[in-house]
Design a protein around this ligand. Structure first.
Ligand code: ZN
Ligand code: ZN
Length: 491
């Protein structure tokens, strides 16, 4: 989802320091020409791709899927080429030097950065133009709402990219233009980095609704029986939110999400396709899954988990350093290899540990949390028969706050409704029921889990106890790791 090409381009422009100082005035014209030449190359390739796809589709309707595969490959290559060209413009042509030193944008902060980044923005715009023509010919609706006009397509793509990139860009700007000038000694403090990560992380979580609203076209769910049903569900679960939004995807995406950690500034998003394909009670179950993540404080737990993991990994890194110091003399490293090879080996081991750790630990935790949210989603809906296990009629109006003591009992009807909603998600998105999913678990597994709860009377309680145990265990490990890492910093 994240625009990786943009991130790499930002890194090329601002991560690696280009040579400083201006270039001779007589040279500037030529450098600008070179820059325009590089951009022109992309324009030719991108529009060429659009024309090629259009021509192939109109002459040979049969091979649409082959053309589509080649088109997707070509867009990847084009992205790679755009990065090579932009890297060349920055580091070889010296565009940033022309902008900063010769044209005097240095010291203008964000404005100067924007000028340095301008060639890439133009390049990206040209690539989108080519993609628009190709995707129209292929009738691909990968990107929300394509199939309209070029201007609309460009605005949609820019909004998506801007909304998703903004947290990264803001983080960078806050660090460089705010933190460093205000506290010149900040960088030297050992606590600077962890503090920054925590501060910026929470800032992004709090501001996420703004980014989401920039990235995707949304509108408020109109008043009606569905909205009132969802509001009742939220009230019974004690969940506060700013609004329920319909996320317009041109009917291509079936999805839901909740964004924002502050109760007063938080949206639940349901896509147009979800509202079209599901019955109101299924929509309520999906809505319940999303608010289940909040009710169980999953986002905060993940934040805490990441902070603890950073501490844990820094301890592991220290341990590795010692191991390498100790084992270094035992291993015969040929002279021509030098210390870089040892460093590289150490870095590779750290990376491998990091990968394995996140794959297993984070994956497992995430899947447990998803199961918990599934159960929560099943709880907010029911068979609506009062005598099933005795539960409240979720649609009884008006709702009496004293009912809250009765909680949200789980019934067969609720479990089946949620399983049905999962099946609709899989069918709509063309997901194989057995396809594994690292963060969520396969659809077949999720449905089996709900069926198991339906069969086993005490299953739900046991599951909730297990998750609680897991969280307590993780909390102990993480708190100890953070404590140990902090202690090492200061001693
Ligand atoms: Zn979820
Ligand atoms: Zn029931």
């Amino acid at each position: 989802m994240l625009p990786v090409t943009f991130l790499v381009a930002l890194l090329l422009a601002f991560g690696i320091d280009p040579p400083r100082g201006g270039i001779p005035a007589s040279d500037i014209g030529f450098r600008v020409l070179e820059t325009i030449g590089g951009i022109g190359l992309i324009a030719v390739c991108s529009l060429g791709l659009g024309i090629w796809v259009t021509a192939r589709v109109s002459t040979d309707r049969q091979s649409a899927s082959r053309v589509r595969r080649r088109y997707l490959l070509a867009t990847r290559l084009l992205a790679l080429l755009s990065l090579i060209v932009y890297g060349w413009i920055i580091h070889s042509v010296g565009w940033s030097r022309v902008v900063q030193a010769n044209w005097g944008f240095d010291g203008l902060g964000v404005l100067g950065d924007a000028m340095v980044f301008l060639p890439f923005l133009v390049i990206q715009g040209l690539i989108w133009c080519g993609q628009f023509f190709a995707e129209q010919a292929l009738e691909i609706r990968i990107h929300a709402g394509s199939g309209g006009r070029l201007g609309r397509y460009l605005i949609l793509r820019s909004r998506q990219t801007l909304g998703l990139l903004m947290p990264v860009v803001l983080t960078f700007v806050v660090r460089r233009d705010l933190l460093r000038p205000l506290w010149p000694g900040w960088d030297a403090s050992p606590m600077a980095e962890p503090m920054e990560i925590v501060l910026l992380g929470s800032m992004i979580l709090i501001a996420a609704p703004i980014f989401i609203r920039i990235a995707w076209p949304t509108r408020s769910l109109p008043d009606g029986s569905l909205r009132r049903r969802l509001e009742r569900v939220a009230r019974r679960a004690g969940f506060r939110f700013t609004d329920v939004l319909i996320w317009d995807t041109g009917g291509c995406v079936l999805n839901a999400c909740v964004t924002g950690i502050l109760p007063g500034f938080r949206y639940v998003l349901l896509t147009d396709a979800l509202l079209e394909s599901m019955s109101p009670v299924e929509v309520a179950a999906v809505f319940g899954h999303e608010i289940g993540h909040i009710a169980h404080r999953h986002l905060l737990s993940f934040g805490f988990f990441f902070a603890g993991s950073l501490a844990l990994l820094s301890l592991i890194g220290d341990g590795l350093d010692r191991a390498f110091l100790w084992a270094g003399p035992l291993v015969l490293v040929p002279d021509w290899m030098g210390p870089e090879v040892v460093d590289l080996a150490r870095e590779s081991v750290v990376l491998a540990i990091l990968g394995v750790y996140f794959w297993f630990v984070f994956g497992y935790l995430s899947r447990r949390f998803e199961r918990q949210a599934d159960v929560f989603g099943s709880r907010v809906v029911s068979c609506e028969a009062g005598d099933c296990p005795p539960h409240l009629d979720p649609d009884r109006e008006p709702w009496d706050p004293s009912d809250a003591r009765a909680g949200l009992p789980l019934c067969r009807g609720g479990l089946r409704t949620f399983a049905q909603a999962l099946a609709i998600v899989a069918q709509f998105n063309g997901i194989d029921f057995d396809r594994p999913s690292w963060r969520h678990g396969s659809i077949a597994y999720r449905i089996r889990f709900l069926e198991q709860l339906e069969r086993e009377p005490g299953g739900e309680r046991r599951f909730e106890r297990e998750v609680l145990g897991l969280r307590i265990l993780l909390a102990i490990v993480m708190v100890s790791a953070i404590g140990a890492a902090a202690w090492r910093q200061f001693i």
